[in-house]
Ligand binder design. Sequence first.
Ligand code: ATP
Ligand code: MG
Length: 304
Amino acid sequence: MDREKREIRKRIGKLVDPCRVTRGKKFRLKEFDPGDTGGLGSDQKPAARELLEKGIRWLAEEQDKLYAQDRHSLLLLFQAMDAAGKDGTIRHVMSGVNPQGCQVFSFKQPSMEELDHDYLWRCQKCLPERGRIGIFNRSYYEEVLVVRAHPELLGRQKLPPGLVTKGIWKERLDDIAGFERYLGRQGTTVLKFFLHVSRKEQKRRFLERLDQPEKNWKFSPADIGERGYWDDYMAAYEDAIRRTASREAPWFVVPADNKWYTRLVVVAAIVEALWKLDLAYPGIDAARRKEIAAARRSLMLEKR
Ligand code: ATP
Ligand code: MG
């Protein structure tokens, strides 16, 4: 690796390291500040924007190799409270990549058909093929977040009553960790992003949605109601991260009170993970080289 690349990797690492959780045991959400900007002041915003743009270009380069190689796949999963900036962050991540190799799925309240299956069913159908990047805007984690904050939702899931015990959240989190381990062993790299916005900043963004007519469409009265469950959600996030963070499927707790910083960290984490895969265009063997030479000769011989 040349010096410049090493230097860039170091810079990227510095951004991502504080957010990465690979061992849940010691994880405490309160140690993570939603307002953190990694020591970058607002005067460094232009430099941050430049790095973000570079990151998006590197992401595109790596995606091209991922697609050509057709071995690995990447699953990016986004969870957050409302107005934390999931949509905007996903838009940025997507802005440089080839749409053919990337798919976004949003998971809302489950339909009647979905409720007739186990909860992983609808997500499993949307997993990325080899060579692809899959993005989940919300995911099976809702089953241990919103459903945990509102346990009455379990009633709609038609589970045999004997299976609904006090241990259900731990069981679900064990199953999720097992599922992600399985994906890793199948060549899918799973990266999980929690966009960590503060309650105060959420209020500011909600007020903005109410005050600006062009943002009114984003407002939903139910979102205000969910603020009343804030602490339940935070406790559920903490437990989910504690029980499912691993080296193979890390969580990234991304400060989300400053959108420019959120996007930079997310793109940096994705680029870093792709670099670690050490992707390369598939090599060609002697027979294929001959074929290419023959095709070239035949084209050159054509008169028009
Ligand atoms: P935005 O508000 O930015 O458009 P969103 O992801 O919040 O995006 P909404 O349609 O507002 O989309 O909300 C989807 C809702 O569906 C969320 O409140 C989420 O908690 C809920 N949801 C998702 N999965 C489940 C699930 N498995 N069980 C119950 N509720 C779920
Ligand atoms: Mg919403």
